[in-house]
Design a protein around this ligand. Structure first.
Ligand code: PDD
Length: 285
């Protein structure tokens, strides 16, 4: 039996119902998070749940649970589903109200759902690297909000997948921003570059973890925007996200990146990242 959370209550998945006038369903009016679970424990839960609050604040949506309350609920969701390795997806919408663009009164209850997925680590792609496709970033200018509105991201991802690629690398003119569902970084002469945490990207939690690891391990890095030319001339390119962790990109638009194989800095970061997971969640088998 699979359990999900609907408005703070645990229900069996087949019994879960949401109203067709939920603003998340009709407008994408809400925010979400995806949290990794290793050995039945959440990785960087505080960071994700704090970002959820910040995303909410940026669109005038007040999450009615503290980080601690959410952590308790999600821990129960993990245990009810006996989730060992996988992800938790959760979202808050601006609730159910007759369809009308202005926000409804703040007194209506937000729509809150969460569910789990049993999914392994993408070891093959992490070991061998993946291909990426360049794509003009046509999304809105609040990419720092983890909003339910993902159509721009989906269009980019779909085009990449149709071209046999794992990810789209988006750029606004000459400036590389981020992937469709990941952050993008390059390595040049041993130094890591990644777009600064502005409104043009989601400030990824995985990104924050590896930047911290760079700092602690004397790996040079800069949160500086880089260009398409920098990208195509980089020694290494990698993407980062909750589900993909740190994944080498070895081809862009069918041109090899560097030697066309995962590079040493990316591999070092993968190793440090795994160590960080194990510190929080225990040994990964
Ligand atoms: N996506 N940028 C975008 C547009 C993303 O959707 C994501 C994550 C990231 C990386 O963020 P983090 O390291 O916090 O996962 C960057 C999640 C996994 C998703 O939508 O499934």
């Amino acid at each position: 039996m699979e359990y999900v959370i609907v408005n703070g209550e645990f229900v069996e998945r087949s019994q879960a119902k949401v109203d067709i006038e939920d603003r998340g369903f009709q407008f994408g009016d809400g925010v979400y998070e995806v949290i990794r679970v290793y050995n039945g424990k959440m990785f960087t839960a505080d960071e994700h749940l704090e970002r959820l609050h910040v995303s909410g604040e940026k669109i005038g949506l007040k999450i009615p649970y503290s980080v601690e309350e959410l952590k308790e609920l999600l821990a129960e969701l993990i245990s009810k589903n006996d989730l060992k390795l996988g992800t938790i997806y959760m979202q808050f919408t601006r609730g159910v109200s007759p369809r009308n663009h202005p926000f409804p009164a703040e007194t209506i209850a937000l729509g809150f759902t969460a569910n789990i997925k049993h999914v392994g680590r993408p070891s093959e792609n992490m070991d061998n690297g993946v291909k990426a496709l360049l794509k003009e970033d046509v999304r809105w200018l609040l990419c720092d909000v983890k909003s339910l509105n993902l159509l721009g991201n989906l269009l980019a991802k779909q085009e990449a997948v149709a071209a046999g690629c794992f990810e789209a690398i988006q750029h606004r003119g000459e400036t590389v921003t981020e992937g469709s569902a990941s952050n993008i970084s390059i390595v040049k002469d041993g130094k890591v570059f990644t777009h600064p945490a502005t409104n043009l990207i989601l400030n990824g939690i995985t990104r924050r973890v590896f930047l911290d690891l760079c700092e602690k391990n004397q790996i040079p890095y800069a949160e500086e925007a880089f260009t398409l030319t920098d990208l195509l001339e980089a020694d290494e390119v990698f993407l980062s996200s909750t589900t993909a962790e740190i994944m080498p990109i070895i081809h862009i638009n069918d041109k090899p990146v560097g030697a066309g194989a995962p590079g040493p800095v990316t591999k070092k970061l993968q190793e440090l990242f795994l160590h960080e997971i194990e510190e929080q969640c225990g040994k990964i088998m």
